[in-house]
Design a protein. Structure first.
Length: 292
């Protein structure tokens, strides 16, 4: 009887000991160090923790100190008023995103001691030639047109940079330019010459130089955006009317696809737009320093 009682007591103590051990080891996970994601873990289009973002902020500060001239930058929020532009998966209007981002970009560039003006500061409609003339009237050093994309393919995503070319780089770029263009204008350069052949050749020379500078700016943007976990659709060419100034280097930026549900959400987040603005500001200032 005593032996049976001893065995029961022994089994009870052994079970209790095992339970304590299990509780001890299971509690170890609560004391683990915070997990630090690898670089590859940040390559997620919905993750707003951009890789080495602080490094780029510091680089922008250094580039800012190099500026030796107060340049004039014109930012053109695409569409507006009766023209909503693209409409997002959940009803976001492109004209609203364009204007919001343009104001953020203006604030960032103005803090770098650049003179920045918007073609529109509210929800109003402007003809394409009005936008170009505004830049020329203000003797702009750069013209930045802001847009958001749309596609029948709801999975299409990413940003694109466009500069002017006689020929579109691809069919999609050509269709996009045709959709954006409602009128056509090449103007702003007043060449007083009686010989039409010489005048035409001079126009081509000025336009070629401006197109080359536009491509240089676009390449700065593309290079810097490669540091971020967002889909980069690259530098492309098309005949956008707003890029046809003969004297002002101009680029058109498609921030993302409003018809992509996840990108539409990102484009509605101020923190995301601010990060895009920082990288674009760095690209613009780097280009201006290289130019000077």
């Amino acid at each position: 009887m005593k032996l049976l009682q001893f065995n029961k007591t022994h089994k009870f103590i052994l079970k209790k000991f095992i339970i304590i051990l299990l509780l001890f080891f299971s509690s170890c996970s609560y004391n683990e160090k915070e997990f630090t994601p690898r670089t590859s873990d940040l390559d997620n289009k919905n993750n707003l923790t951009f890789y080495k973002f602080d490094n780029l902020v510091n680089k922008l500060k250094k580039e800012k100190n190099k500026l030796n001239k107060k340049y004039t930058i014109i930012i053109d929020p695409g569409h507006g008023g009766k023209d909503p532009g693209a409409i997002g998966f959940n009803g976001t209007l492109e004209k609203d995103i364009n204007l919001k981002f343009a104001k953020i970009l203006k604030s960032d560039l103005s803090s770098i001691n650049l003179l920045v003006k918007l073609t529109r500061a509210n929800d109003r409609y402007l003809y394409l030639n009005q936008r170009v003339k505004f830049a020329e009237k203000n003797k702009a050093d750069l013209f930045i047109s802001i847009h958001a994309d749309a596609s029948k393919n709801l999975n299409a995503r990413g940003f694109s940079i466009f500069s002017l070319s006689d020929r579109a780089s691809d069919k999609e770029a050509k269709k996009l330019a045709q959709r954006e263009n409602k009128s056509d204008l090449i103007g702003g350069l007043k060449i007083q010459h009686s010989d039409p052949l010489i005048k035409d050749n001079l126009i081509k020379i000025f336009q070629r130089e401006t197109m080359n500078e536009s491509s240089k700016l676009a390449n700065f943007v593309i290079t810097n955006f490669k540091k971020f976990p967002v889909k980069n659709r690259g530098h492309r060419n098309a005949g956008f009317v707003v890029l046809k100034s003969l004297t002002t280097p101009s680029i058109l930026i498609e921030l993302g696809f409003l018809t992509n549900k996840s990108e539409e959400k990102l484009l509605n987040r101020t923190i995301y737009l601010k990060k895009l603005s920082t990288i674009l500001s760095l690209s613009i200032v780097s280009y201006l320093n290289q130019k000077s």
